[in-house]
Ligand binder design. Structure first.
Ligand code: ATP
Ligand code: MG
Length: 183
């Protein structure tokens, strides 16, 4: 599974529709302070099902919606769409019947989030499970937030273990066991 495209609309500082191609290999995001580099990474995490406002540097989940600026009014919604090349067919079963996966998340003030995979409505849980084993998920150590290295160094042993388990790709097993126990 490989990320190929990220589209943002009304997400944080990306008030105008923005369409980014993600090429093969390493991608660097450069720009002056405050231009939206971290927001871009947060958009990626958000569309994969991140639900902790703190991880989005906000107080509530609605804080990801463009809040307005001196010259522009606030937006009523935010939307992020991620395209994935699934030609290796490594997506989990249930999502593995096409070469491309288009995942989108939209949040409206007061109405919460709605997710779609290839145009079909799904639950937040489905999207989170899609990424649970792919070591790309919202909490994945593959996405290193600004300041996170310092946090890792200063983390309590239990939290550091959780990060290492995620990196080893076994945290998805815990999630699946938890799901199974709930049934
Ligand atoms: P640095 O180099 O300092 O790390 P950066 O490129 O990572 O900067 P970001 O933190 O991604 O920058 O972007 C910060 C900008 O995004 C700020 O100008 C902030 O006002 C704006 N911003 C964040 N949330 C919203 C929102 N909901 N609505 C409008 N603007 C927002
Ligand atoms: Mg930043």
């Amino acid at each position: 599974m490989r990320f190929t495209r990220l589209r943002l609309n009304g997400f944080k500082s990306f008030v105008d529709p923005t369409d980014l191609t993600i090429a093969e290999g390493l991608t660097g995001v450069v720009g002056p302070n405050g231009c939206g580099k971290s927001n871009l990474l947060e958009a990626l995490r958000w569309v994969m099902g991140e639900n902790r406002p703190t991880a989005m540097r906000g107080e509530g989940m609605e804080d990801v919606i463009f809040a307005g600026a001196a010259t522009r009014p606030a937006r009523p919604f935010a939307e992020v769409a991620l395209s994935i090349d699934n030609s290796d067919r490594l997506a989990p079963s249930g999502f593995n019947d096409s070469d491309t996966l288009d995942i989108s998340r939209r949040i409206t003030r007061e109405a919460g989030s709605a997710y779609k995979v290839n145009g079909k409505e799904v639950r937040a849980r489905d999207v989170q499970m899609l990424f649970a084993d792919a070591s790309t998920g919202a909490h994945s150590p593959a996405l290193v937030r600004q300041g996170q290295i310092a946090e890792l160094i200063n983390a309590k042993p239990k939290n550091r273990r959780r990060i290492l388990e995620e990196a080893a790709g076994i945290s998805g097993l815990y999630q699946r066991r938890h799901e199974a126990e709930l049934r």
